[in-house]
Design a protein around this ligand. Structure first.
Ligand code: FE2
Length: 533
């Protein structure tokens, strides 16, 4: 029996993870990428705001510019931004020096690595990089380098003291876009300065379902007297409905919005790319945290883009997740940080790497990793994987943003793995310019026309139909378009009826239905139940 003074965390408490007051996503955890984003995205964005705050305020109001590098503080609070910039330059001097060193290293390689031994260059490396990068050639004798990433996490380039959680209450769907605006303190938000890996994060979020005395969590989190009243607003005596697992028979599939899909049997639960709506009375019907099972056996992460690996939701679920399955570790290249190392650093104990055609056995089924080509600007990125999940004899392919660039790949895959019953596929057929995600990591400028030619595109109608035919799918669902109204905080898209993802997905659904498949573009909420095959 819970104590009479025990309280629950309210279902509409938002918990934004922050890194140095910026919304934390996958690239802000690995030391090498966090350093690059600090030096070449955050600091320049703050300088730009300080130089022309009103220009930023005007850009933020233009729906076409949502997702651009514009600070959303209404042209004001410049003193606080200037102070944050100064603090950044002081407190993150080590990572900034490291990031600048990476660019110096590139200049050094360009100047001196001409096909001869790279050994003499180690002595010429910037101090911040010495002992932390290996210099290499490829077989075309082009110089490059790789980071010793697991070592970097143990140096001053990684500083978990810059991590915090910002709690607030949400009562409707709209949340401003988060990636371009550093957070500043206000009355609505309470910051908890604790590293993401801290076990007290689990104690707090476990209170969504299991009550605890307010004084206990307050003491544990060190909330000071000035903040107690604000902190208390996040708790309630009202018990949420108890979490229920699916008891079968067969498989139940629930779509939570964007790329988040839950597959359950009586024996196992699998949650793909977690992104879960908070619970508040307004708006369209949807699944929320209350609709997840008490224990999630496997979380599957398809790739490290900010709309698929969402630390905000992963951290809140960590206490009920048994294993996380991620793509394979890459080669130590700047653009391809290890998601396994990243998640271990933020407190996940069991992180399993799944390579292409690797298999994990499940009770009554399996997960097979399938190649996920495209949608990464033609960069050499290994840490991405699609999942073929077999449960109760039914086969589900969660293909995320896979771009079916080459059907011969799937011809071979089909021969190896057989047919697929149900396909989930992203269809952002236009995609953002690839600098939108990777620009802060660029080591040399890229011409605009090249940036556009390498947009982060998923499959179009024709390529999706190719996949459906190749795998002889019975059902095909378009997902991962970020259409749900509660996703405004991480989706910079502003789709109209004639936007390519809408046009192409309409055509695709039509094509599938003409072929006799069940098909739709998923929106907000969907539940599918399949008897055992
Ligand atoms: Fe993506």
């Amino acid at each position: 029996m819970p104590r009479p003074d025990a309280l629950y965390l309210k279902p509409n408490v938002v918990a934004e993870p922050l890194f140095n007051q910026w919304y934390a996503w996958g690239m802000l955890i690995p030391p090498q990428t966090a350093a690059m984003f600090t030096a070449f995205h955050h600091a320049p964005t703050m300088r730009s705001y300080l130089a022309a705050p009103q220009a930023h305020a005007a850009a933020v109001k233009n729906p076409e510019m949502v997702g651009g590098p514009y600070v959303d503080h209404g042209g004001g609070r410049t003193d606080e931004i200037a102070a944050l910039l100064a603090r950044t330059e002081r407190d993150l001097a080590g990572p900034i020096e490291f990031a600048r060193g990476v660019k110096e290293l590139v200049a050094l390689l360009k100047r001196e690595a001409k096909g001869y031994s790279l050994e003499p260059l180690y002595a010429k490396l910037p101090e911040a990089l010495k002992g932390r990068v290996e210099l290499v050639y490829d077989l075309q004798h082009r110089p490059s380098f790789r980071f010793l990433e697991s070592l970097l996490y143990r140096t001053d380039v990684y500083d978990p003291r810059r991590q915090s959680l910002s709690l607030s209450l949400v009562d409707d769907d709209y949340r401003p876009f988060v990636f371009s605006t550093p957070r500043l303190p206000d009355d609505r938000h309470l910051w908890l300065n604790l590293p993401f890996a801290d076990p007290r994060v689990d104690e707090l979020f476990a209170m969504r379902g299991a009550p605890a005395p307010f004084e206990q969590i307050r003491d544990r989190l060190g909330v000071g007297p000035d903040d107690v009243d604000r902190f208390r607003r996040f708790f309630t005596a009202e018990a949420p409905p108890p979490p229920r697992r699916f008891e079968g028979p067969g498989v139940r599939v629930r779509y939570f919005g964007h790329a988040c899909v839950l597959l359950e049997t009586a024996d196992v639960s699998v949650l793909v790319d977690p992104c879960v709506s908070y619970d508040y009375p307004n708006g369209l019907a949807r699944f929320t945290y209350a609709d997840l099972p008490p224990v999630i056996d496997y979380v599957l992460i398809t790739h490290c883009h900010q709309d698929h690996l969402l630390l905000e939701h992963l951290l809140q679920l960590r206490h009920r997740v048994r294993h996380v399955v991620v793509g394979p570790q890459g080669t130590g290249a700047l653009q391809d940080p290890s998601v396994k190392l990243l998640l271990r650093q933020v407190g996940f104990k069991s992180v399993i790497e799944l390579g292409e055609l690797d298999e994990i056995e499940l009770p009554g089924g399996s997960i097979v990793g399938l190649p996920f080509w495209g949608e990464h600007g033609d960069l050499d990125i290994r840490c991405k994987i699609a999942h073929l999940v077999t449960l109760a004899g039914r086969r589900f392919l969660c293909a995320a943003d896979t771009n079916n660039i080459e059907d011969r790949l799937y011809q071979q895959i089909r021969e190896l793995v057989g047919e697929v019953d149900v396909l989930f596929l992203g269809m952002d057929a236009a995609g953002a310019p690839f600098s939108w995600i990777y620009g802060a990591l660029f080591l040399e400028p890229l011409e605009r026309k090249m940036d556009h030619s390498r947009r982060l595109r998923c499959s179009n109608n024709e390529r999706c139909v190719g996949l459906v035919d190749r795998f002889n799918c019975k059902e095909a669902y378009v997902y991962a378009l970020g259409l749900e109204p509660w996703l405004t905080y991480f989706m910079g898209s502003n789709y109209q009826a004639d936007s390519p993802p809408i046009v192409e997905s309409n055509l695709f659904v039509e094509n599938c239905r003409r072929r006799g498949l069940r098909s739709e573009r998923l929106y907000c909420k969907k539940e599918l139940v399949y008897p055992p095959a």
